[in-house]
Write a protein that binds this ligand. Structure first.
Ligand code: DQA
Length: 148
């Protein structure tokens, strides 16, 4: 089983960026943690981060026929991007949305998630461990034969 892990804009600034929301660990720490979990689960993962909406769309499209599922933190594009929603719908791969903080308990504009309607689950407000939970959920869903 192969999973694409996508992180959106400003998540390359983890460790520096708003530690009260995102903690002090870096993106490299997060990706190392996910690689270790992938070994434990007996799967492979590819981790990517981009600040550009079109790059994220390209990555999702490129996953078609290659990955079995997608774990994505679309970051600010969660709240703005119909293009990411449409990309996930286009490839029809099981997708889990993850957020480090709980966007629903922050600014009003963070309560909207466009991508959510195309996702099998959302994990939010659990810090980095939320990515592990999201990955485990996704793997279980795919192993049980679940589609999108
Ligand atoms: C975030 C929450 C978003 O509202 C924000 O724009 C981010 C990060 C999170 O992981 O908590 O960049 O997705």
């Amino acid at each position: 089983m192969h999973i694409l892990v996508l992180n959106g804009p400003n998540l390359n600034m983890l460790g520096i960026r708003e530690p009260e929301h995102y903690g002090t660990q870096t993106l490299a720490d997060l990706e190392n943690m996910l690689h270790e979990e992938a070994v434990r689960l007996g799967i492979t993962i590819e981790c990517c981060q981009s600040n550009h909406e079109g790059d994220l769309v390209d990555k999702i499209q490129a996953a078609y026929g290659k990955a079995d599922g997608i774990l994505i933190n679309p970051a600010a594009y969660t709240h703005t991007s119909v293009a990411l929603l449409d990309a996930v719908k286009a490839v029809s791969l099981p997708t889990v949305e993850v957020h480090i903080s709980d966007p629903d308990s922050r600014d009003e504009f963070r309560k909207i998630s466009f991508i959510r309607q195309a996702c099998i689950a959302t994990v939010k407000g659990k810090g980095f461990p939320g990515y592990l939970e999201g990955l485990q959920l996704l793997v279980k869903h795919i192993a049980c034969g679940g589609g999108r």
